[in-house]
Design a protein around this ligand. Structure first.
Ligand code: C2E
Ligand code: SIN
Ligand code: SIN
Ligand code: FE
Length: 352
């Protein structure tokens, strides 16, 4: 609360004599003033100039002081401006009416200049403090918002880097992560999830294979097919991922845990690790199962070359023995067929 511009006071009175007297007192004390001659003019001027205080006569032709006060207090723009009612009426009734209209203080006519100044000064002080608080709160809210955004960004960055670390060995990392995110968000929206839920899945889905971090390189990076023993080891990766991501309060990590545990379950019950069937498989698992296979088939792996869209589409929709249409939830397989062009577009746009 340092050096500030002169306070501006709106004087409202229908009589010239009163206007002159009040403005004289106010300017002697160093305040600026504007005048209005009735309630309607007062409300209009207050909205336009946002004075620091209003000195309001009650009995005026047209809109009276009560109504003007009510309107000022009802408008969010002017509600915080203190109103002092200046009245010849001493009776309890009219004061009560003034209070009901929202007046902050009263002055009786004839106006005593010292009393006027004490009341004006007090109310201005209160208003100044309120303005300061409101301003301070706005700044605080902005700072909190900025910090929250920073925190969210660094959180997502951390997730992203941990996912990269987990994939470092067997994937063409960054663009693979981006693709899994984008296909999953796209299919989730197609299946009716809200933007907010689909965005959580955008961040959560690429963590589904973090459990591969616990698989020995001799298995993970093996150029050819796996022995049954190696396959048993490979099949532990959803469980390992689930453990890494369990018991978090973060909606993104919670979602990632569901993706990790369920992305190799199959609709017909032939998947792993739990052999869940049909609706028992969380929808995240049903979505990611198809998305994961689409991307794995399109990509080169230590054990396989990359396939084109057509071949990949045929393996998923017609089956090749290893993959069969009965593995997929029928509604999601249908959505995959209907929107295949978009999945292809995402792959082409985000290949390395
Ligand atoms: P991944 O390479 O990310 O593959 C993910 C899923 O895509 C596979 O899950 C499978 O459903 C599908 N997929 C990948 N390549 C093919 C393919 O050539 N044909 C068909 N029909 N589907 C394919 P799955 O089978 O549960 O495998 C999980 C992970 O196990 C794979 O992840 C990969 O890391 C590893 N893996 C699977 N098979 C082999 C293999 O023959 N050799 C090695 N070294 N690793 C394998
Ligand atoms: C992430 O994996 O968390 C980031 C996904 C993205 O690229 O937006
Ligand atoms: C991961 O996100 O950790 C791996 C994703 C994948 O290999 O499909
Ligand atoms: Fe996997």
């Amino acid at each position: 609360m340092s050096e500030r511009p002169k306070k501006k006071i709106l004087i409202v009175d229908d009589e010239d004599r009163n206007l002159r007297l009040l403005s004289l007192i106010l300017s002697n004390y160093g305040y600026d003033f504007v005048a209005a001659r009735n309630g309607a003019e007062a409300v209009e001027t207050a909205c336009k100039l946002l004075p620091d205080l209003v000195l309001l006569d009650i009995m005026m032709p047209g809109m009276d002081g009560y109504e003007a006060c009510r309107r000022l207090k009802a408008d969010g723009l002017t509600a915080h401006i203190p109103v002092v009612m200046v009245t010849a009426l001493e009776d309890r009734e009219s004061k009560l009416k003034g209070l009901e209209a929202g007046a902050n203080d009263f002055l009786s006519k004839p106006v005593d200049s010292s009393e006027l100044m004490v009341r004006v000064r007090n109310l201005l002080k209160v208003k100044e403090f309120e303005d300061y608080l409101a301003h301070h709160n706005t700044i605080l809210a902005e700072q909190v918002q900025e910090k929250t955004k920073e925190l969210r960004e660094s959180y997502i960055d951390t997730i992203y880097r941990l996912t990269l670390a987990a994939e470092y060995k067997d994937e063409d990392t960054a663009s693979h992560i981006r693709r899994i995110s984008l296909y999953t968000r796209f299919l989730a929206k197609t299946m009716g999830f809200t933007d907010e839920q689909a965005d959580i899945m955008l961040y959560a889905s690429p963590m589904h294979d973090v459990g591969k971090i616990g698989i020995p390189d001799s298995v993970l990076l093996k150029p050819g097919g796996l022995t049954s023993e190696e396959w048993e080891i490979m099949k532990t990766h959803p469980h390992i991922g689930g453990r890494i991501l369990e018991r978090s309060n973060s909606p993104i990590i919670k979602s990632a845990n569901i993706f990790a545990l369920n992305h190799h379950e199959r609709w017909d019950g032939s998947g792993y690790p739990a052999g869940l069937k049909g609706e028992a498989i969380p929808i995240e698992g049903r979505i990611l199962n198809i998305v994961d296979q689409y991307d794995a088939l399109r990509s080169r792996r230590p054990y396989k070359p990359a396939f084109d869209h057509k071949k990949t589409f045929d393996i998923i929709t017609k089956g090749d023995g290893r993959t069969m249409p009965s593995h997929f939830a029928p509604d999601i397989l249908q959505a995959f067929q209907d929107t295949q062009a978009e999945l292809e577009r995402i792959f082409e746009e985000h290949k390395d």
